[in-house]
Write a protein that binds this ligand. Structure first.
Ligand SMILES: Cc1cc2nc3c(=O)[nH]c(=O)nc-3n(C[C@H](O)[C@H](O)[C@H](O)COP(=O)(O)OP(=O)(O)OC[C@H]3O[C@@H](n4cnc5c(N)ncnc54)[C@H](O)[C@@H]3O)c2cc1C
Length: 429
């Protein structure tokens, strides 16, 4: 066999080009990192102009790339990190619900649930979809009233959600603390999936449809001409496109400021954790809305592989991008989890981690076209729901950018309007 002209194209984090003699003795091997493919002289599909450039290969950017490429549009995704989903996407615990408090999020998540639940059939990859449902148990009259009022809105939009008595709820989540329990909502069609598996699968499908990705490349500015972004400037080069989408998650504000536009997105730190796997014993996700000292709500569920995963909303919020896990989180959430489900005391925790919700002042995403620049769009501020909103939101974004609106798109988008006053508050941020 003659290795003379052998070229290895690798997804691993190897040096961009390994010079002759560096590759384990195979003197004529050339390694090229996937990020370089678009620049390779033999890449016949290299483009200088794209229909869309997406900044950020995360929970939103990857499904958007897939949607555009699937519909035959040329799309380039740029991300500072070495592979897809390495921002906040991989920090998510995989909860997927349509039980929100406004039309926009409900309708988008309903579509996401259709996509997640059919993913294996449609694309062949197992993303660990589990239709475990969500539940919001109520221990106070106030919480019961809020949940029952919300159910009316949710049912109005066609959500399958019902109120269970304490005894009915115990059937689903045995071991739940019955003391003071007034009942619970139960939405069986909500569920969960693996953010890692889903984003990897969408990434590979996006590439099959023709999307291009550039990793380890950071957007540092824009060239603006005639009220338009004429090119996106990175630390490695310039790229041009008809449209530019900011999907930069926790960095969305900085990226938007590069175009001279301020948007209210702040990184809001949350911690999460995972236990060792055990036999299935839990039904739906439990969301405890009660506020206690140093924390607001917390939520946990058992994933399809048996581990219980959990997450908490700190009070007051912890702003910033410090990713170091704290010693306060685990004792605090463990105490709360054992209080609501005492049998959890037997579980062993494997690890905890910290990440950020890209938070807006009202808890609703910011999605839409910027008035200041003709071809600049935002898909940012996904708060604690970017993973669950991702695939449904990608379809909405496709229709907004290509102006192929469906009849209710403009109404759905109202909740995400970048120019709203941010005074209303999403109840379940
Ligand atoms: C502990 C925790 C638990 C969570 N649990 C859930 C859950 O159960 N369900 C759920 O739906 N959501 C959950 N979330 C929220 C979810 O993770 C986020 O809402 C979602 O990841 C945001 O998606 P995004 O695409 O906006 O950002 P990201 O996924 O973070 O992607 C943004 C990307 O942009 C890139 N980028 C930024 N700036 C630049 C630049 N200048 N140039 C190039 N690239 C750039 C980043 O590297 C990153 O990869 C959780 C979050 C945390 C922290």
């Amino acid at each position: 066999m003659n290795f003379e002209n052998l070229v290895i194209i690798s997804n691993f984090d190897l040096p961009t080009i390994v010079s002759s003699g560096d590759a384990g003795g195979y003197s004529n091997f050339v390694f090229i990192h996937s990020e370089e493919l678009g620049n390779a002289p033999w890449d016949k599909e290299m483009r200088t102009f794209y229909d869309l450039i997406v900044i950020g290969a995360g929970s939103i950017g990857v499904p958007v790339a897939m949607e555009f490429a699937k519909k035959g549009q040329s799309v380039l995704v740029i991300d500072s990190l070495p592979s897809p989903g390495q921002g906040q996407d991989k920090k998510a615990i995989g909860g997927i619900r349509a039980t929100h408090s406004d039309k926009g999020k409900i309708v988008v998540s309903q579509r996401s649930i259709e996509i997640f639940s059919q993913w294996k059939e449609d694309y062949g990859d197992d993303i660990h979809w589990k239709s475990n449902g969500y539940s919001f148990p109520a221990y106070t009259q106030k919480d019961e009233d809020i949940l029952r009022d919300l159910m009316k809105i949710q049912q109005h939009f066609g959500l399958n959600i019902q109120w269970l008595s304490p005894e009915e709820y115990r059937e689903l989540n045995p071991g739940i603390n019955m003391e003071g329990l007034r009942g619970s909502t139960y939405s069986p069609e909500d569920g969960s999936a693996s953010p890692l598996l889903f984003t990897q699968s969408s990434y590979f499908r996006a590439m099959e449809y023709g999307a291009k990705f550039k990793f380890k490349e950071t957007v540092v500015g824009f060239h603006i001409k005639n009220n338009k972004i004429s090119s996106v400037r990175t630390n490695r080069g310039n790229y041009s496109s008809a449209h530019v989408l900011n999907a930069a998650g926790s960095n969305a504000k900085e990226v938007s400021q590069m175009a001279g536009i301020d948007i209210p997105v702040k990184p809001d730190s949350h911690e999460a954790g995972i236990c060792e796997p055990v036999k299935p014993f839990m039904g739906p996700m439990v969301v405890d809305m009660r506020k206690e000292a140093s924390s607001i709500n917390f939520y946990f569920y058992q994933i399809s592989e048996g581990q219980v995963v959990f997450c908490m909303t700190p009070d007051p919020p912890i702003w910033g991008t410090d990713n170091r896990a704290t010693s306060l989180f685990l004792p605090m959430i463990a105490r709360r989890m054992i209080k609501i489900m005492p049998m959890l005391a037997n579980l062993k925790v494997r690890r905890t981690w910290r990440g950020q919700y890209p938070m807006t002042p009202d808890g609703f995403p910011i999605v839409g076209k910027m008035k200041e620049l003709d071809n600049f769009y935002q898909a940012v501020g996904m708060c604690g729901q970017g993973f669950m909103l991702g695939p449904g939101m990608a379809e909405v974004i496709y229709r907004l950018i290509t102006e192929n609106y469906r009849s209710d798109d403009l109404e759905i988008s109202k909740s995400f309007d970048p120019y709203r006053d941010f005074k209303d508050q999403e109840i379940f941020k």
